[in-house]
Each structure stands twice: as C-alpha cells, then as structure tokens.
Ligand binder design. Sequence first.
Ligand code: K2U
Ligand code: ZN
Length: 172
Amino acid sequence: MKRNILIHPDPRLKKVCAPVADITDELRSLADDMLETMYDAPGIGLAAPQIGVLDRLIVVDCVKEEGESPRPLIMFNPEIIASSDETNVYEEGCLSIPEQYAEVTRPKVVDVAWLDRDGNAQQETFDGLWATCVQHEIDHLNGKLFIDYLKPLKRQMITRKMQKLKRERARA
Ligand code: K2U
Ligand code: ZN
C-alpha cells in the first residue's frame, strides 16, 4: 500500500541505515509498497528512510520515455564499488523536500553492487539519470540529502521553507 513520505527536516532522514541481514517476505512487501509510493508521487527513486524505515533498501525506475516498458529495480544493501572521475551536473529534486530543485555535481558513471529481492548478488554500471538517481538514493541510506551539497545559506533557506510547509500541513 502507499506509504507516507517523510518531509525534511526529520531526524530519521539523517540516520545511517542498517544493512539488511536477510531478505524476508516483509521486506519484499515493503519494497513493493515503496515502488507503488514512488510511481504515485511520481518519482524515479525512493529510499526506505523516506518512509521511516531505517534499513538499506532503495527502489529506482528511471525509465521516462513514454511507451518504453518500466524497469523497476529493488536494491538491498546497494554499494557503489567504482565511480568515474568524469562528473555530471543535474538539477535534482527530492520527494522529502518537495518543490525545491538545485544543481548537484556527481560522478557520471557508477558501478553498483546489491542483493535483489531473491537475495542474489547483482552488479551493474549506471550512467546518465540512472547514475544520478542511484547515487541520490544511496545518499539517503547514509543520512545525506541533496541540499547537503549546497552552500549553507541556500540549504538554510530550503530548510526554513520546509518547516513552514510542515506547519501549514499540520494545521490543515
Ligand atoms: O529520493 C527521492 O526523493 C526521489 C527523487 C530521486 C531523484 C532526484 C533527483 C535526481 C534523480 C532522482 C525523485 O524522483 S524527485 C522527482 C524527479 C523526477 C524525475 C527526475 C528528477 C527528479
Ligand atoms: Zn531524495
């Protein structure tokens, strides 16, 4: 079922998440809920801490061309094992920081290793939007948000906007 997405600032979004010891049916069901929540947002990635679960689990699907079949990826304990010196700049957003966008520079190509929903080890090289998204999601597992790459003044401005948004939502 669709889960509620935590909004920054929230202490749970700053935590380093725990590795998944074994992939249970409960975690598989959580991953399915995360995909449903991501598609509904809509987004192209979602990390477990964003729905308040402090485990190392992310889902991504960066297929954006209409007509192309979706490619939902469920990644347990994802790790970046290599990244290119060449970098890419992308205007990022975040479902936990709605309506705020800023340019973030990241390695252009990353090799990622993870366990899939059957517990099998996977490894793949990502570039373009997939590389940006996977790095953005793995940052979430380490308590890092895209605004942490911005200058302090810009970060504080965004944080204050989110605090105002949360006050308004609480009153609604
Ligand atoms: O982690 C999240 O909040 C999901 C983000 C992932 C993301 C952010 C920036 C760049 C790539 C991925 C959401 O998908 S934000 C919505 C979005 C949708 C399409 C392209 C960029 C951002
Ligand atoms: Zn995010």
